[in-house]
Design a protein around this ligand. Sequence first.
Ligand SMILES: C[S@@+](CC[C@H](N)C(=O)[O-])C[C@H]1O[C@@H](n2cnc3c(N)ncnc32)[C@H](O)[C@@H]1O
Length: 194
Amino acid sequence: MATDDATRWDERYADHPLADPAPPDALAAAGLTDVTTGMTTALDVACGAGSQSTWAALRGLDVTAIDVSPEAVRLTERAADAHGVEGLVHATVVDLDAGLSAALGAEPSGELQRFDLIVCQRFRDPRLYADFVGALSVGGVGVVTVLSESGAENPGPFHAPAGELRASFARSDLAVLFHDEGDGNESIVVRRLR
Ligand SMILES: C[S@@+](CC[C@H](N)C(=O)[O-])C[C@H]1O[C@@H](n2cnc3c(N)ncnc32)[C@H](O)[C@@H]1O
């Protein structure tokens, strides 16, 4: 399946213009773009053309960017280069169907690598949600946006059931900083408390 994903997305990215840096939509909607202050590391899951990776790097974060599409990874590298932050963006072809720890490689302790900011925008795999929390530093912020049946006119197989993010991230070790759903999308911003 992921080989199909890579081919399909490579085709979509073939004529894609260089991405402009942009914050994750949910951080912008929440007025929380300054949340990166004091952070040092970020993970951009399914980074696409690299808008969010480049934005985070321009704010001084060391960014791990992962995507199944080699074209997406190339675009992310080129966007970082164009904005002078190529040294801060480490983009890799990774198939998330194998899980986050396989994608990132475990630390010598066997634990997941930790990040201060994790962004996963418009890529949905509910099997990854628990690992997103596991890969957040204490005090770190996770930002997830998915297509949702909530308010969607013609929901398809890629749409999450309404309320999926709210239910999945309702945990005692997380504070919800922002949640929104409707118009075919659901977004959540959470901070790891412990
Ligand atoms: C709608 S794009 C979102 C890109 C970016 N996050 C954004 O918001 O602009 C979805 C991305 O998921 C990536 N993707 C799809 N299946 C994947 C998989 N199995 N592993 C890693 N990335 C995948 C695609 O290559 C594509 O770049």
